[in-house]
Design a protein around this ligand. Sequence first.
Ligand code: GLN
Ligand code: ZN
Length: 776
Amino acid sequence: MTRTSAAAATQATVYGYPRQGRHRELKKAIEGYWKGRTDATALTATATALRRAHWRELADAGITEVPTGDFSLYDHVLDATVMVGAIPARHRTAVDAHALDGYFAMARGTQEVAPLEMTKWFDTNYHYLVPELGPDTVFSADPGKQVGELREALALGLAARPVLVGPVTFLLLAKPAPGVAADFEPLTLLDRLLPVYAEVLADLRAAGAEWVQLDEPALVQDRTPAELNAAARAYRDLGALTDRPKLLVASYFDRLGEALPVLAKAPVEGLALDFTEAAAANLDALAAAGGLPGKRLVAGVVNGRNIWINDFSRSLSTLATLLGLADRVDVAASCSLLHVPLDTGLERDIEPQVRRWLAFARQKTSEIATLAKGLAQGTDAIAAELAANRADLASREHSPITRDPAVRNRAAAVTDTDTRRSQPYARRTSAQRAHLGLPLLPTTTIGSFPQTDELRAARADLRAGRIDTAGYEDRIKTEIQEVISFQEKTGLDVLVHGEPERNDMVQYFAEQLTGYLATQHGWVQSYGTRYVRPPVLAGDISRPRPMTVRWTTYAQSLTTRPVKGMLTGPVTMLAWSFVRDDQPLADTARQVALALRDEVTDLEAAGTSVIQVDEPALRETLPLRTADRPGYLDWATEAFRLTTAGVRPDTQIHTHMCYAEFGDIVQAIDDLDADVISLEAARSHMQVARELAAHGYPREAGPGVYDIHSPRVPGAQEAADLLRTGLRAIPAERLWVNPDCGLKTRAWPETRASLEHLVAAARTVRAEIAPEPGPK
Ligand code: GLN
Ligand code: ZN
């Protein structure tokens, strides 16, 4: 009897929905506002209309409780910063003068003030703006946005639940404001922050919220006892408030672990847990904690960050188990649907049968509604959906796309020898020196040169049929000629072809590999108004024909200096794609690595002596929990070595990573067994060079001396100073001179000047180390 009433109350819900609209209306409206083409009223109207449309869409699909407050004009963490009044001092005037312009100033900076720092939202490709706090931070409640959006949804007659970044996660994501001691811990501000949350909660209650969701994804990471105590205190205090809505504390992206018993004991009315990848761990921990008697459990059984259809029978069996552990069980996606595209229905180019394997936000909402119905009314009520689901899963499982015996046999036959170069680094390096004949402190770039309007226009012309492939390729060749001739004139030592043919460093390869799917409209927010369209690793991966050899050899035909071949590495190919959920990531990585290995072999055979395999995603894909990291680094470094180890000793393998903090993976970087690594370093004054040295990193390295994230041109003096700093950590025989990253986002004038200065700096410092004998 109780079982039935609990199940009958089952709700279908989500924590957030893609913000952009079907035609990326939001992006257009915001960018129009920035350019002064639309005013604030028009922007607000677009935003309001989108929110309404999304809520209606959710309700029509059978979502019984819609989220509010998840919508954002830029970022939900920035919205939380505004909600608690933590406006950085340097933005105060702008915010007071004009709230909307001040908001965008915090997000993007202005001529006068720097924006907030941006970083990745846990292990997703979404970027949030980092709150800046200090001992003097004074919080004050600004619940306007939350209350306003709740009212909008309630006015449509919908059951609505505001979603807020929780106070513990907010503080754990924050960093010390500029000028504040680096060891300042924002979590020490908890007691000051909680009254502000209390005020917001009271206002939401007054506006009609029955439930409010507080997102605490930071609790799925390893946390210290002190941090767990802070979480316990936060929810004891918020729970003790008398004038408040019911509280649902949400976790996602991984297992709650030690935080689960803490939250289970807290005086809150509900918990939301991830039952996708973390299902087993969360189920065990929940059972061990004695379940959630008297509480609402929201079960994230539909994967909110990947694009495959749900396995209904598996989800229903998880849900059935959960019914025994909580007072009421609701069905949800594991996290906000922000991380998946909107609607597979827009994809006209994907074969209908294959499209049935995919679920974007829209499809996921129906899956959630179906599962909720199945849970509440029994599986008979969803018999048709269950049968269709079984058929689609079977079609995927048995498709030749999913299983290519040739690829599987090859991957199974990989041996340790395939992942080891024939000679150790120390021996290879002299062979490479002899082969390449480079000067001390060789200069190079990271691969891309400016992606000009002309190049983008050429691609658009090709797509629209205004030019044919031959016409397009002529334009690319002209660009390569210019890039090569500029580098020769400037005096760079190892040249690149400039990557003019690449729309994106992952998509370009995905389009050429069998087993990958491209979407036409699969946009996902990366940050602000920037959206990316990750390709889908759908099946077994193989390379039908060479992908880059033609362009690299064309570039090489124009010069006698070495031209670097340029590939995206296997880990990054996975990290910036939607991955298969039907086999371990390690297996997919190995298939991609084998396809790339063929490309490396072909490049070498075509006369390429330097090959760079970019792995900018190696560190960002690091699992959230420390315990999971060694396993990841094992397969990730193996995939890189499998890609690169087949070459001759005198072929030089480069890699590139673009982040400044990597102290925790220096060993893994060494395990890649690359000959040369280029890294971002300009902003941190060569900090990475010191970290490499501290680790005893034995190989060649190019810590960047030119910050490509800004249009600013570094002077030759400044670059030379950075090089001298680098030399204190890395001996001259092993130090390269290069920018921080690729130049595709830069314009030609600053690129030209900066690279001229970079070469001048290398020459100056070379002369200081090994002065050429002057005339007597
Ligand atoms: N080779 C790429 C480029 O130069 C590397 C980009 C990256 O690291 N993100 O653009
Ligand atoms: Zn980079």
